[in-house]
Design a protein around this ligand. Sequence first.
Ligand SMILES: C[S@@+](CC[C@H](N)C(=O)[O-])C[C@H]1O[C@@H](n2cnc3c(N)ncnc32)[C@H](O)[C@@H]1O
Length: 218
Amino acid sequence: MKSIENAYRRYASIYDLLFGAVFQPGRRTIVERMNCKPGQRILEVGVGTGLSLPLYPKDVQLYGIDISSEMLARAQARKVRSRLGNVMQLSVMDAEHMEFEDSSFDKVVAMHVASVVADPERLVNEMRRVCKPDGQIIFVNHFHSRNPLLGRFENMLAPLSGQLGFRPDFSLDRFMDQTGLDATEIGRVNLFRFCTVLEARNNKLFEPEAMAQAGAMS
Ligand SMILES: C[S@@+](CC[C@H](N)C(=O)[O-])C[C@H]1O[C@@H](n2cnc3c(N)ncnc32)[C@H](O)[C@@H]1O
């Protein structure tokens, strides 16, 4: 966890330059795809410098959390600069242990976060917990490339994950297996279709609930 915080402390001042414009088409596509309705509560986990915040309709309520106070300070500055009155809360918070109540949000989004967090399974469980039943859960991420050359390059970079602040060899199959996420791949976005968009409906029972139900039936 400390290494992630350190990495994003280092990135904060240059993050928008490195990952702003290049990933912005994907952020835009996702927000359009979310089809947000007036008054809906949207949570962005790992909101970073808040590059996506101006893309949302002005009549939704946006909440953003991030583990890095340096990244979040930039999101806060963006909120003020761009007069984003629909941003209700930006908080330093661990997406693997959120302080929100169960079923607090209509939609929960993680843009370029799945390959960054220490424990993707815990991230997904928490996203499910705070999302309303039948709410929408969305991920966009670059997963380990199936192109042999690029894949090999990413494998070579893998030992540097701590310094890079993400895992270049993070595979989609492993993510789906680890999390049991019932997600549909709904498209590829950004230059060279570099990133994958995944969407899930929050309609699966959480494990403790499922076990309690199984116990009640036996
Ligand atoms: C690659 S950046 C993505 C930022 C933003 N979503 C975007 O699209 O540019 C990953 C972000 O996830 C944050 N992060 C990593 N682990 C986290 C955790 N456990 N809880 C909350 N945020 C986390 C990092 O601090 C960083 O700001």
